[in-house]
Design a protein around this ligand. Structure first.
Ligand code: FAD
Length: 471
């Protein structure tokens, strides 16, 4: 066993694996530890959507793109809330990461790259993913890790948990780990990389750091924020709470938070124009339902109590409108009204509001006003144009939706060499971080910029292994 590793990488996931591969390729003796019983981390779950500008694939397809435009797009979409230095580092190096994946067997879907439409679209086609989400990426990089393991440069230790970081004055000398049988050991290393991911499987930490209740049980089970907490305990600064943002329109399986998500309402107007209205707990509408910006509705939802919104409609809308739920037919939806805790119906609006937990006076007033404006051909109070039907024919229906997020907004402050910084701005010598442990708020800001978690995680891991670590 090596007595003083050149590099100890904690977290064999999206960022940790490339860090180990590239450090191993440079001849470093690398220990890669992970609490789980397999490598891959969130790559097992992620949709795998990456963004990169100036890639070989774009060139082949005649798409003229560059990292400056990518940078401008991310800063525009995030309304300048993302960390400029980290976005710069990510986008300037994203093409090389993406090309590296493709050289090693990653194949995106046929029509890719695309602009993307689940979030605010990019101005150029630079958004790609493979047929199996994150697994398409894991399949490309695992053989490269295996090569380094075979060469003896990288040793992987699974079921091994980070318990502490050993700080000796200004330098980190190693880590304390705990094996599955509960025994602890100190391991010495010249460089320590924390790539332990986010905290979205830890409801207490999620509430403390991000603010809202953790509604969605969907993050990697080992995303408990342990690395982030340990680094914070030895002086690493956490930042980014102000960038918390949640996705719109999730239908949770039940109210036992965190819950799995049954499905989502299709609320993007370019996929389905709205026939229903969306109200808050006061029974009031709070945005223009046919406004073509995901970002605007997500931000408006942040202002609503408990991030909840109810989709309200009547029997005629149910019959006439196209399917409302992602991946479910209208018949499926109808069956949910007698079987699913988030679906309600009643013969009058007062009862519907009571069953749904919405203020009934507010709901009745909102629907009266909505109907009045349609009937009299008056403009909608929120400027909505698509108003095909009034809401007037019983039974009336509502669906409770929650604003959910699965990523961790808050993260460790680092410099542009990914060295973790202390309160006084000094780096904690030889302690580095990459991936979601930096917080989604740094590379995406207060928005969902397509691919701007996964690509930076892979890229920062690569850069650490390739450039930033010395031994
Ligand atoms: C469902 C889902 C879909 C997503 N889709 C996208 C997308 O399409 N595009 C995008 O940009 N982003 C997406 N994201 C976010 C993105 O995938 C993640 O931010 C990224 O994969 C995280 O990489 P990471 O290396 O930081 O963490 P991970 O890949 O989770 O790796 C962290 C590793 O650390 C280990 N670990 C944790 N604690 C310890 C400990 N104490 N000791 C030892 N090991 C530990 C874990 O077991 C894990 O293997 C998605 C996330 C989810 C959950």
């Amino acid at each position: 066993m090596v007595e003083n590793w050149d590099v100890i990488i904690v977290g064999a996931g999206t960022a940790g694996i490339p860090a180990a591969i590239f450090a191993g390729q440079r001849g470093a003796k690398v220990l890669l530890v992970d609490a789980a019983d397999k490598i891959g981390g969130t790559l097992h779950l992620t949709t795998g959507q990456m963004s990169a500008a100036g890639t070989s694939l774009q060139k082949q397809l005649g798409i003229s793109d560059n990292s400056n435009d990518h940078f401008d797009d991310v800063m525009r979409i995030s309304e300048n809330t993302a960390d400029k230095d980290l976005v710069r580092l990510a986008v300037d190096n994203a093409a090389e990461t993406f090309d590296w994946l493709m050289t090693n067997g990653f194949t995106p879907l046929d029509n890719h790259p695309v602009l993307g439409n689940a979030h605010e679209p990019y101005s150029e086609r630079r958004y790609y993913w493979g047929p199996f989400g994150g697994i398409s990426i894991l399949d490309a990089i695992t053989p490269l890790l295996d090569e380094q393991i075979a060469s003896g440069n990288v040793v992987v230790s699974l079921r091994t948990k980070l318990k502490n970081i050993i700080l000796n004055k200004k330098e980190v000398t190693g880590i304390e780990i705990q094996a599955e049988d509960g025994t602890n050991a100190i391991i010495n290393g010249k460089n320590i990389v924390l790539s332990t991911g986010g905290y979205s499987s830890n409801p207490t930490l999620f509430k403390e750091l991000s603010g809202p209740t953790l509604y969605w049980k969907g993050a990697y089970p080992f995303s408990n924020g342990e690395g982030l907490t340990i680094a914070n305990n030895i002086g690493g600064i956490l930042r980014g709470k102000e960038n918390y943002l949640c996705g719109y329109g999730a239908i949770l399986k039940n109210f036992d938070y965190p819950s799995e998500v049954t499905t989502r309402v299709i609320s993007h107007p370019h996929l389905r124009l709205p026939w229903e209205i969306h109200v808050n707990v006061d029974g009031e509408r709070f945005f223009q339902e046919d406004y073509d910006s995901v970002h605007v509705r997500e931000k408006k939802l942040l202002e609503q109590d408990k991030l909840k919104a109810w989709i309200v409609f009547d029997d005629e809308i149910l019959k006439e409108s196209p399917p409302l739920l992602k991946d479910f037919s209208k018949e499926d939806m109808i069956s949910f009204f007698s079987s699913h805790p988030m679906f309600y119906y009643a013969n009058d609006l007062q009862s519907l509001a009571n069953k749904s937990g919405i203020n009934s006076e507010g709901l009745i007033k909102t629907i009266e006003e909505y109907n009045f404006n349609i009937e009299n051909n008056h403009p909608d109070s929120f400027g909505r144009v698509h108003r095909p039907l009034k809401i007037e024919k019983p039974p009336f229906y509502s669906i409770c939706t929650h604003g959910v997020s699965i990523t961790s907004t808050v993260g460790l402050l680092v410099n542009s060499e990914l060295n973790i910084l202390k309160e006084n701005g000094e780096p904690i010598g030889n302690l580095f971080a990459a991936g979601e442990i930096l917080g989604s708020g740094q590379t995406m800001g207060k928005c969902s910029a397509g691919g701007m978690m996964l690509t930076p995680a892979l890229t920062f891991g690569r850069l650490l292994g390739q450039k930033f670590l010395s031994w």
